[in-house]
Structures are given as C-alpha cells and as structure tokens.
Design a protein around this ligand. Structure first.
Ligand SMILES: [Zn+2]
Length: 286
C-alpha cells in the first residue's frame, strides 16, 4: 500500500518535469476569447478540472466550458488519465473589444420600475437562475453542429454597452435578430425545455433549453411559445414565434447562450461550431 503510493508520487513527480510534452493530449475547439464556448477533447481523461472546478466528461472524452464577457488571461485545464497520471494544460483567453456607445449631455430619461415590478423582476431572475442551475445534465446536444434559430437582420450584438452621461448601462448579452412578429424560432440544437414563461417583466415570452453539461440557450421577447417544460425538442423544430414582449421597442429574437451562469456570445458559437465551421467544404476538383 505504502509502496504503491510512493510509486504514484514518483510517477507524478517524473511527469511534472515534462508537462509541456503532454499538451498534445488535449485538443481545444472554439474561440479562445472572452465570450467563447470551448470544447476540449482528451485522448485519455477520467476527471477534468478547469481552474480547479470540476467539469463533466462525455463518453467520447469531451468537456465543454466557456468564458464570460470580461474574463480573460491564463486558464488551467487539469485532468488525470486512466493510469492516474495528472496532466495540465495552460492556455490564454484573449480580451475583446466591444461596441461601446457613449451618449453625453442628454437629459436623463430613466424609467425606473416601481417597487412591485422590481420585486417581480427579482423573483423572475431567481426562476431563470434556478433553471440554469439545474441544467448541468448528461445531454450532449452541444456536440452537434449548431444552426441559427431565426432568419433576419442582426440588430444587436453580444457585449455591447451604452454609457449615458458617463454612467455605464448593463451590457447586452444576446444576439438580436430582427424579424416580423410571428416569424419562426427554431431550435439551434436539440435539447430539453427547462423554462417556458409567456410573460416575464423584462424579457417577455421566455424559453430556456438545456443542451447538456451546463450549456443552455435562452430565447426572449417571444410572441408565442410552442413547447412546454420537460419537452425534448429536436434541432430545427419550430419552438416559438418572434415577438416584441417584455421591455423592447420592436419585434426581434434575443438569443443567448450560457455555460452554467456565464453568458457567452452566440455569434462566436455559430462561427466556430456550425456545420460549415466544423466540416469545411473540400475544394472542388476541376
Ligand atoms: Zn437584445
């Protein structure tokens, strides 16, 4: 017993000297920037951590994670393999520039919700939080190439922020797709419906879908929702209609992607994980 522990220590110690040689045993796909979703594929891993936080592993040895709008810098993946050897891979998340809209010298136009509305909005935020908290499931729908959930003009991007008279407002975390009320919203990936609320204070008709391992999609300002909590929906299925519900000025889909409670950039996910991105069309012979 003691001897085998000592052997393990020796093996680990020997391994630590040559960490960099093992970097090839993990392959990362996705955007290594703030707001990015990343899938790590391991040759041999039985337990994986990102910055000392446990990650789930698929049967095919993949782990998914992401970084929020303002996360950047060095990150550490660590794992041990089926022989009990410890591995580590350090990588860097690059910062991004976001669209910042400064509006100065304008009269403050603040529409402050009354206390009752504020209490309602807080309760609703808690519902959304709990739905995402429970979405760390074994589904692996996020491994499928993703498709856009709606057709239309991109009218708002992730990370953008308005600064009114020097006071920053909350950044925008969705990808806005403008389209007439009633236009279809289709499932970008398959998944399980975990929240379907017709009328939340800020977000109006709101739908959240679990794609597995903490990855969720959120669709807001919906006119109609065609699915219910607990339904398993398939990629491409019409799940809702675009609307202008909640606090908005016009009909659009606001689509968000989370990993756990971190808000990611849907545009980056599409850029890196659509069918076109994952299976580039081979050059035509002529
Ligand atoms: Zn929006």
């Amino acid at each position: 017993m003691l001897k085998s522990k000592l052997m393990n220590l020796l093996v680990t110690g020997a391994y630590l000297v040559s960490l960099s040689a093992f970097a090839a045993e993990v392959k990362l796909s996705g955007a290594l920037t703030s707001g990015g979703l990343i899938i790590a594929e391991f040759d041999d891993a039985v337990a994986v951590q990102l910055n000392d936080e446990d990650l789930m592993l698929t049967e095919t040895k993949q782990a998914v994670f992401g970084f929020g709008r303002d996360q950047q810098g060095k990150q550490r993946l660590s794992w041990h393999d089926s022989n009990g050897q410890q591995h580590e891979y350090v990588f860097t998340i690059a910062p991004r520039d976001y669209v910042i809209d400064r509006v100065d010298g304008v009269p403050q136009q603040t529409v402050t919700p009354d206390p009752e509305q504020q209490a309602r909005a807080r309760r609703e935020a808690e519902l959304v939080w709990q739905a995402r908290d429970a979405a760390v499931t074994q589904l692996t729908e996020f491994l499928t190439p993703i498709i856009m959930p709606a057709k239309g003009r991109i009218s708002g991007v992730y990370g953008s922020q308005r600064i009114f008279n020097g006071t920053p407002r909350n950044p925008h975390y969705g990808l806005d797709i403008a389209a007439p009320k009633g236009s279809p919203v289709i499932a970008p990936w398959s998944g399980r419906v975990i929240l379907a609320e017709p009328d939340l204070f800020y977000s109006g008709g709101t739908l959240i879908v679990d794609h597995g391992h903490g990855v969720t999609s959120t669709f807001i300002h919906l006119d109609k929702i065609h699915v219910a909590v607990g339904d398993f929906i398939t990629q491409g299925q019409r799940i809702a209609d675009i609307g202008a519900t909640g606090r908005v000025t016009g009909p659009h889909l606001d689509w968000r992607i989370n990993w756990r409670h971190l808000r990611l950039d849907p545009a980056l996910v599409v850029e890196h994980f659509s069918a076109a991105a994952t299976n580039p069309v081979p050059p035509q012979a002529h």
